[in-house]
Design a protein around this ligand. Sequence first.
Ligand code: XBP
Ligand code: MG
Length: 236
Amino acid sequence: ELKALLFDVDGTLADTERDGHRVAFNRAFADAGLDWHWDEPLYGELLAITGGKERIRHYLAQHRPDEDLPADLDGLIADLHAAKTRHYTELLATGAIPLRPGVERLLREAREAGLRLGVATTTTPANVTALLESTLGPESVEWFEVIAAGDIVPAKKPAPDIYHYALEHMGLGPGEALAFEDSANGVRSSVAASLPTVVTVNDYTRDHDFTGAVTVLDSLGEPGAPAFTLAGAALE
Ligand code: XBP
Ligand code: MG
């Protein structure tokens, strides 16, 4: 029986990557006097590595092999990432990034139907609250029983750990929840946690492999277009 919906955040609730995270990374690099710049195509490649700190480390290894790095590389990455999070949350607070079509409708419909809600994401917890507060209002953070995010589990997506964490926290089995994802790494994570998964693609993920997903949609729907509805899901 379906009791809960578990949502990925980046790319699923909102298109946060290109105009949000990417811009914030670049601002943090510029603040630090670094000539690193992630343009849109490069960022698309870098998205294969989940987690901002992990993404910076990968960029240095793969794209900046000759960079003169400090002995305390972990410290540099942590500082850059903290600055990036500040830029990101400030950007979202301006209302720069809206929710994707159908997301607010589905959340309200789910609450109305008595379904429980949770978040399972690799992004930093402050980024999740910044998005919810700027789009749905401050009280919407309380709609979610658990915000499983960031470094709360060491192994980020595509590992299933973050979904296991959310399910355990909510006292649910995988047959009782439906996951919403947008990327191959996300689907690998949710499917490895045995969760039925609805995918909504975006420009960065359209060509990904979504093996194991229940359905792959352009979006959750918008006025005048076919919408994803709980009634239509018929997962019980
Ligand atoms: C999201 C991510 C995150 C964000 C950046 O993936 O990979 O790393 O891009 O967030 P998913 P942080 O949608 O699969 O959760 O910089 O806070 O890590
Ligand atoms: Mg995602």
